[in-house]
Design a protein around this ligand. Sequence first.
Ligand code: COA
Length: 333
Amino acid sequence: MTAMPFSHIAGTGSAVPERILSNHELEKIVDTSDEWIMRRTGIKERRLSSTGKHESTADLGTAAARRAMEIADISERQIDTIITSTVTADRITPSAACLIQHQLEANHAAAFDVSAGCSGFTYGLELADASIRAGKAETVLVIGAERLSTFVNWQDRGTCVLFGDGAGAIVISARDAPGGILSTHIRSDGALWDLLYCEDGNPGPPDILNYIKHIPFHIKMEGNRLFKKAVAFMADIALQSLAQNKLVRDDIAIVIPHQANLRIIQAISEKIDIPMDRFYTNLHRYGNTSSASIPLAMDEAFRQGLIKKGDHVLLVSFGAGLTWGAAVIQWSI
Ligand code: COA
């Protein structure tokens, strides 16, 4: 019998829309201020997708995937599975993953979406890891691609300042050498569904600011209660992950948390006793890109040279559902 393979990260990529929406521009849309948004969230600007620029959810996911495939040095023919985490697929059906498969011409892949709120990427990672370890796939693309701008109520200052669009992707390859994804944990509590949900409807057109008056559906959120759950659940699952891998805080080179709010990240840093300078954050530039936030941040951190081969990386996520999760990765590239 051959030994069970390990799931190694072979490449990372990301893509964001061109259009930047600054806090100052938001001041003209709702009753808010750059000062309030920065102080309460740490967000300075976010990206919004536009019509005619190939910035649909599938377009962004495809662009991120191509960049990850370039680093992994693989062709589309090698991809066995495409898992896309998204709550903002371009259509209810088919999945964003199938549209991405089509664009990549990854004709041999099985493709499907995962819906687990902002935690979707860690859920996708768990599925990819399980299928590689079971010998069912050798090369898996896990993509987080979102256009939250299409679900936001642009008249609700309590939520519209928080979200943005973007995508991140990784290629995971089966290898015999130990390392790669060391653990994944995923959790849910559906009893808390009404802390963050979308009222109704389908994704709207990309040029969302032109359609503000026509949007019949939007995100509803109890920010304050959600904040406390985010801190408690993410800190708890991060500590469980460290314990399971018998790692102490100094073993972790970098933490890539879900990018919802800088104050949430600071509170987690305190609770798990890993200093903020080992947390990667980019939410000042992108806001909360839902399940794209972790792979987008991971790609940036890697490309900036902040993650090196052999490093232990801790991912920790939280989102609507409620859902939360964590993964520990020993970096392979
Ligand atoms: N600009 C200016 N004022 C705003 C505002 C905005 N964009 N949004 C809300 N306010 C006001 C409120 O109306 C309230 O006014 P009041 O005191 O007169 O009633 C005041 O600011 C405080 O609101 P509150 O909601 O208590 O602020 P907060 O400190 O909890 O911060 C969030 C709000 C949304 C930033 C914060 O709760 C949060 O980040 N929660 C978690 C969100 C999250 O993680 N969501 C995604 C999960 S994946």
